[in-house]
Design a protein around this ligand. Structure first.
Ligand SMILES: Nc1ncnc2c1ncn2[C@@H]1O[C@H](COP(=O)(O)OP(=O)(O)OP(=O)(O)O)[C@@H](O)[C@H]1O
Ligand SMILES: [Mg+2]
Length: 248
């Protein structure tokens, strides 16, 4: 589904990703862990199509297509979803309006008519309730003055509604209280199926106890230095990055 090969990326002349390769098949959940500044968010920005990143070398294939040829909206239409480490605040845009626009843009791409107002209200109500998001929050401007955890939940709500084929979650667990962590994990597990894949970026093994990943990768200085199964996350918790990198 997603195949990254020997990726080299620089920002303003500084190389950040230095030969990263990663393959994610349909139905798989991969966790990406690594020290601060190792390039995890940079990778997610590159996948999202954010401007300013220079791809110096390497390829990214998504569902057999060259991902780098696709515009940001084309990537979303192709079923790629990104939850950012720092979700953007959009003053003047009501959260529910934003969600409706996102759904309708996907439906338009699929040749479907716009979602019926009643159907949308029902959908959003049930999904928001599952995540413990109150209806008054959906009336507020997107992410504006939301608490850190509320922003993360909002990202998961968006994901639950769009049902992407491939979701990349960049530290969606950071800043969540224990209950919210469980709720957010349930949101992911509910969507999880043989049809879709996840790349979960996290610093904490705790999240991975709820979302059992099939594979765990460790990134250091712009490349993957070690891959394994869930036990690698446990090993990491015990030994820390420095020791793990040494044995890589
Ligand atoms: N626009 C930019 N200009 C210069 N350097 C940048 C820019 N964006 C990112 N970097 C640098 O690239 C490196 C990788 O950053 P990135 O955000 O990908 O790290 P990360 O692995 O997500 O870290 P964290 O765990 O703290 O979220 C850092 O050293 C960062 O300072
Ligand atoms: Mg980051």
């Amino acid at each position: 589904m997603l195949k990254i090969n020997n990726l080299h990326v620089s920002i303003e002349g500084k190389q950040i990703i230095k030969g990263l390769s990663l393959s994610i098949n349909k139905g798989e959940v991969h966790a990406l862990m690594g020290p601060n500044g190792s390039g995890k968010s940079t990778l997610s920005y590159v996948l999202s199509g954010k401007e300013g990143y220079e791809i110096e070398e390497g390829t990214i294939e998504y569902n057999g297509k060259n991902l780098l040829d696709l515009e940001v909206d084309e990537r979303a239409n192709a079923g790629l979803f990104l939850a950012f480490q720092y979700p953007m605040e959009i003053p003047g845009v009501q959260t529910s309006f934003f969600l409706k626009t996102a759904i309708n843009s996907k439906r338009k791409f699929l040749g479907m008519p716009e979602i019926d107002a009643l159907e949308f209200a029902k959908l959003i109500k049930s999904q928001a309730e599952d995540l413990g998001i109150g209806s008054e929050m959906l009336k507020r401007d997107l992410n504006v003055n939301y608490s850190g955890g509320e922003k993360k939940k909002q990202e998961i709500l968006q994901m639950s509604i769009l049902k992407p084929d491939m979701a990349i979650l960049d530290e969606t667990d950071s800043g969540l209280d224990i209950d919210a962590l469980r709720i957010v994990s349930e949101g992911v597990n509910k969507l999880r199926s043989e049809q879709n894949s996840f790349l979960v970026i996290t610093h904490y093994q705790r999240l991975l106890n709820y979302i059992k990943p099939d594979f765990v990768h460790i990134i250091a200085d712009g490349r993957i230095v070690k891959s394994g199964d869930f036990s690698l996350a446990l090993e990491l918790e015990e030994k820390g990055y420095e020791d793990i990198s040494k044995t890589a």
